[in-house]
Write a protein that binds this ligand. Structure first.
Ligand SMILES: Nc1ncnc2c1ncn2[C@@H]1O[C@H](COP(=O)(O)OP(=O)(O)OP(=O)(O)O)[C@@H](O)[C@H]1O
Length: 838
């Protein structure tokens, strides 16, 4: 179900029947007054307003159908449920108003026959576009049991004159609740009807089966609540709509005293009143705004009548209640009750919705979904006009983002410049720091400040050379790095630094921190600019070529328009026309000249005679001659004009030809230009592809270089450590040597003390031998130490080939040089020491 309408209250109409014969016989008078032109009724001191009012001095009862019921028939065709409910005391005219006792008599009035008629008339007009399936059911609630009035298997029973009640032999029908809370009647007959007559026959046969009986108040009193239901199914394509129209004729409320009911009839009356009381309670519950808002309980389950009317009262239905009242003063009390009861019903709020077949509704929903998805798909594919506004907004967003991107790029460039200077300063500081560390280490190792300074200067040079080498490598790396790869792989690369197997972060030449920032600073600068330039060049060239092409198109258009002008007039026809005209003129001229010759001849003959007649003729001839001469000269002028026109035409023809040539030339140019554009685009594309390849290659190379650089740095670090250790060991050896010399000197002094003095020649010899010994020991120590170091070094390195091997050799040379230096120093120091201690 879908398309929920807004809540609509139950409409209430009051139908006041006229005083009937029995009432008149007992002298009843009219106790109800009606406010003219208003749906307002007054009884005693009570006044009530309704939606509609009929009978008495108000509107005629025949208008009930048009005002109240016809809109419900419309609603039924629009798939809304509808209900007409006739309520009132016994004998107040409910059956009469509803037409439930229809017996096939065409003239009999009532709402149901009119509804049937209208439905079938409309079905007839709509049958081409819609498939209808109309079914009817007719049930009654008699003594709190539901009976099927259309059950064909049930004998009609017999009518006993004593009770005047029809007692059919039948089985009550069970009320069932559907999963969705709807109410159904198990096994109720619901025959399909094709015509009004068919429906009417079910109505009349059902009404015959209805329980009726005679009371003091009504000789044909309905002893049951009857519900005639028309179910209409409409199929329009895949859409299936289904709605129900309940036409309810309630049993009348009654007072046993007045109806004179006893026994069976009394029991019936009690049941009737019980059902109506339950209905009253439901109406009260639904009509009380406060209770409704609080979601209070509505006692639908208190009676079968209220259960069956659940949807009609406060549910999914458009409902009209017709309160039937008798105007007789004898019924004043019941009439007042009915008016109060029905007035409350006006407060009931229903919410009718279009009833769609669940499967059809599902299909419809799915179809809507498919349509929506298809629209979305088209939009995302870009081959639909799409939601134009959305595209505009997105375009605007893109342009804003592009502008902000350009700004950010500018900012990035500025930051890059600043960052570069910072990086330079950081590098300087780094070098200085490393130099100081070396100095401190050296001092700690017991070296004098002079030595430290000289060592430090050498270290500084070494550090500087390494730093500069690193810088060169970094630049090389940056150059190789692609601008595009930087953005994506930068983070990964930076992360790699942290995981570096050599622990570069903690190394003396710690460029792990600076390097990525430097990478960042320079990222995309040079290659990006190069690419940008190339792309800019390409786009400006394309633009230029496009402009040229447009210019050519414009020229072409212009020339073709001119051409059209010329070609509009068919040149051959015009020329033909001019030539023909010229020829005609020529002939005319010849004829005129002949005539002139003839006249001249006649004139010469005439001039020889002196006859008056001849003179007159001469005069005539002369006049004619003159006119012919004038004609000839006129003709000549025309001929000249025609010749001019012909010449002009020839010129035009030439111009046309020129134009045609020019158009051909422009067209050729255009083709050439288009080819050029195509070629240029192709070239650019190829360039881009090769550039991308190059970039990939460079990235690869960059990564390799980077890796090598890391290895170099690690090697360097290891060498530094080796050197440091070696210098420590050398100083230890010196110390040991000093001790050795000291002990020897002491022993020699002792020897001298024991053996007496010796000459200065012997002392010098001892000194020289000692010095020699010291140097030899030192050299031997250092060499063995160096060899040991070499053996200890990673055997894998010796296996590496190519550039790795070169670099390794370079490191070894450095190491040897360093050792040599140390050796020399130590040897000198040894000599100095030996001299001092001599
Ligand atoms: N508008 C009317 N004009 C003339 N006669 C009417 C009108 N309404 C009802 N009557 C007559 O009043 C009598 C009682 O009417 P009806 O049987 O329709 O009452 P009821 O409300 O259905 O009674 P019950 O509840 O006992 O079945 C009938 O004889 C009927 O012809």
């Amino acid at each position: 179900m879908e398309n929920a309408d807004s809540a609509q209250s139950v409409r209430v109409a009051v139908n006041i029947r006229p005083l009937i014969t029995p009432e008149l016989l007992i002298g009843c008078t009219d106790c109800i007054s009606v406010v003219p032109g208003e749906p307002q009724v007054q009884i005693g001191s009570h006044s009530f307003t309704y939606d509609y009012l009929y009978g008495s001095t108000g509107q005629s009862s025949s208008a009930i159908y048009d005002d109240c019921v016809a809109p419900l028939v419309d609603a039924l065709f629009n798939a809304y449920n509808a209900t007409v409910l006739a309520y009132g005391q016994t004998g107040s005219g409910k059956t009469y108003t509803m037409g439930t006792d229809y017996n096939g008599d065409r003239s009999s009035g009532g709402i149901i026959p009119k509804v049937m008629e209208t439905i079938f008339k409309r079905v007839e007009t709509m049958k081409n576009s819609t498939e209808f399936c109309i079914r009817v059911s007719f049930i009654e609630i008699f003594k709190e049991e539901v009976y099927d009035l259309l059950d064909p298997n049930v004998s009609k029973g017999e009518v006993t004159s004593a009770t005047k009640i029809t007692l059919p032999n039948r089985v009550p029908i069970q009320i069932r609740e559907t999963l969705h809370g709807g109410i159904t009647l198990a096994g109720v007959a619901e025959p399909e009807v094709k015509t009004k007559e068919e429906m009417a026959s079910y109505l009349s046969s059902g009404s015959l089966s209805r329980a009726t009986g005679s009371t003091n108040m009504n000789s044909q009193s309905s002893r049951s609540h009857a519900i005639f239901t028309i179910t209409m199914e409409q199929k329009k394509g895949d859409d299936i709509l289904c709605a129900k129209f309940h036409l309810v004729d309630l049993a009348g409320s009654e007072r046993a005293k007045r109806t004179g009911a006893d026994g069976m009839r009394l029991k019936e009356g009690i049941h009737i009143n019980k059902g109506l009381l339950a209905l009253g309670n439901v109406i009260s519950a639904l009509g009380d705004e406060k209770k409704r808002k609080e979601g209070g309980h509505v006692p639908y389950r208190d009676s079968k009548l209220t259960r069956l009317l659940q949807d009609s009262l406060g549910g999914n239905s458009k409902t009209v209640m017709i309160a039937c009242v008798s105007p007789a003063d004898s019924n004043a009390e019941e009439t007042l009750n009915t008016l109060k009861y029905s007035n409350r019903a006006r407060n009931i709020q229903n919410k009718a919705t279009i009833n769609r077949d669940p499967v059809a509704a599902q299909v419809q929903t799915m179809r809507n979904q498919i349509e929506q998805l298809q629209a979305e798909l088209l939009f995302y594919r870009g081959d639909a006009s799409g939601p134009f506004d959305e595209i505009q907004i997105l375009k605007h967003k893109i342009s804003l983002l592009e502008a902000s991107n350009a700004e950010l790029k500018q900012e990035l460039k500025r930051q890059q410049v600043t960052s570069e200077s910072f990086v330079q300063r950081a590098l300087d500081a780094q070098v200085e720091r490393d130099r100081l560390i070396l100095k401190i280490e050296s001092v700690r190792n017991g070296n004098s400040w002079d030595e430290v300074d000289s060592n430090s200067n050498q270290d500084y040079d070494l550090v500087k050379s390494y730093v500069s080498k690193i810088q060169i490598l970094e630049r090389e790396l940056l150059r190789l790095k692609s601008p595009k790869s930087m953005s994506s792989s930068h983070l990964v690369e930076c992360a790699d630094y942290d995981d570096d197997e050599y622990g570069l972060k903690d190394a003396l030449f710690n460029h792990g921190d600076e390097f990525p920032s430097d990478c960042n600073a320079k990222a995309g600068e040079l290659p990006d600019m190069e690419d940008d330039e190339k792309e800019l060049e390409h786009s400006s060239l394309q633009e230029k070529l496009d402009k040229e092409l447009k210019e050519l198109d414009r020229n072409l258009e212009q020339k073709e328009a001119e051409m059209k002008l010329y070609s509009n007039s068919d040149t051959s026809i015009i020329r033909h026309h001019y030539e023909k005209k010229l020829l005609e003129m020529e002939q005319e001229k010849k004829i005129l000249q002949k005539e002139i010759e003839k006249l001249k001849f006649n004139l010469t003959n005439i001039s020889s005679t002196s006859d008056d007649g001849a003179q007159k003729l001469k005069q005539d001839y002369l006049q004619k001659w003159n006119s012919l001469e004038a004609q000839v000269s006129e003709l000549k002028k025309k001929q000249e004009a025609q010749t001019q026109a012909l010449k002009q035409k020839q010129k035009t023809d030439e111009a046309t030809k020129q134009l045609q040539d020019e158009i051909q030339r422009i067209k050729a140019q255009k083709v050439h230009l288009q080819n050029k554009i195509k070629q240029e685009s192709e070239q650019f594309r190829l360039w881009k592809v090769s550039r991308e390849k190059e970039v990939l290659q460079l990235k690869k190379e960059g990564r390799r270089n980077e890796y090598e650089m890391h290895k170099l740095l690690a090697l360097n670090q290891r060498q530094k450590m080796v050197l440091q250790r070696k210098s420590e060991e050398a100083s230890m050896a010196t110390k040991r040597l000093k001790e050795l010399l000291e002990s020897r000197r002491a022993s020699s002094r002792e020897t001298m003390g024991v053996g007496g003095g010796s000459g200065p020649g012997v002392q010098a010899l001892v000194k020289a031998i000692e010095h020699e010994l010291e140097v030899t020991v030192r050299v031997h120590e250092v060499r063995s130490e160096y060899e040991r170091q070499i053996q200890e070094s990673d055997p894998k390195e010796s296996e590496s080939s190519g550039s790795d091997g070169n670099r390794r050799r370079e490191g070894e040379n450095l190491e040897v040089r360093w050792c040599g230096l140390q050796l020399l120093e130590d040897a000198n120091r040894g000599s100095f020491v030996s001299e001092r201690y001599a």
